[in-house]
Write a protein that binds this ligand. Structure first.
Ligand SMILES: CC(C)(COP(=O)(O)OP(=O)(O)OC[C@H]1O[C@@H](n2cnc3c(N)ncnc32)[C@H](O)[C@@H]1OP(=O)(O)O)[C@@H](O)C(=O)NCCC(=O)NCCS
Length: 191
């Protein structure tokens, strides 16, 4: 499918009026979750689902929850130079799915960028986005810059991945914003 221009995509927080009966992302668990469980889980604040619409059609969703990551699970070359905590705050991408009729149109990346923006601009500190991708989605996350976490014995665990929010937001920004973000992350200027 051709790429859908981002200005044509909208986002709403899941509510009772969203009708997912026709939604099919080719994954039974993710279809079942959005049709039967997402609203219940949102009511008890386990995960918040953001619904993506195009011309009033539901084309995808992303469910976010808070998470943390242990310092030891990160890549060896990764360091947060100014502090050392045993765990760092994260946002977990609990679920992400795009209707099969709209896959490869840029909606998955649009929803990822939404999560990056929320992580950066939200009122709570968030160093990483994390996810436990299904096998078929690993390439999608790798292409977006996610890396696999180290297993305790040094082997990579392909089922747990993370994205550094600071690096991601700089890559998403235009040139002027990027310069001010560089200064923000180096500590030269208030944002
Ligand atoms: C994985 C998924 C969310 C991707 O959404 P999408 O809207 O199709 O992704 P995008 O169009 O934004 O793709 C962005 C890039 O990711 C990569 N990508 C996406 N789907 C891919 C696939 N099936 N195989 C290989 N690369 C893929 C490509 O680099 C793609 O860029 P390109 O189309 O310019 O080549 C969607 O395919 C989906 O819902 N799959 C079924 C459910 C699922 O696996 N969800 C993830 C749960 S962890």
């Amino acid at each position: 499918m051709h790429k859908i221009p981002r200005e044509e995509l909208g986002i709403e927080i899941l509510n009772v009026r969203h009708d997912f009966r026709a939604f099919d992302c080719n994954d039974a668990d993710l279809n079942d979750f959005i049709k039967n469980d997402a609203l219940k889980e949102q009511r008890i604040l386990v995960g918040k689902t953001h619904v993506c619409l195009w011309k009033n059609i539901i084309v995808g969703y992303i469910t976010l929850a808070s998470d943390s990551v242990r310092d030891k699970s990160l890549e060896e070359d990764y360091h947060i130079s100014c502090c050392t905590y045993p765990v760092y705050p994260c946002i977990l991408i609990g679920r992400l799915a795009v209707d099969k009729k709209f896959q490869r149109a840029g909606i998955g990346n649009f929803l990822l960028d939404l999560a990056i923006g929320l992580a950066f601009d939200g009122p709570i500190g968030c160093v990483f986005l994390t996810t436990d991708p299904k096998e078929d989605a690993i390439k999608f996350y790798e292409d977006a810059g996610f890396i696999s976490m180290e297993k305790k014995k040094g082997k990579r665990d392909p089922h747990r991945m993370y994205l550094d929010v600071a690096k991601a937001i700089i890559e998403l920004a235009d040139k002027t914003t990027r310069e001010s973000l560089d200064e923000w992350f180096r500590g030269d200027l208030p944002r």
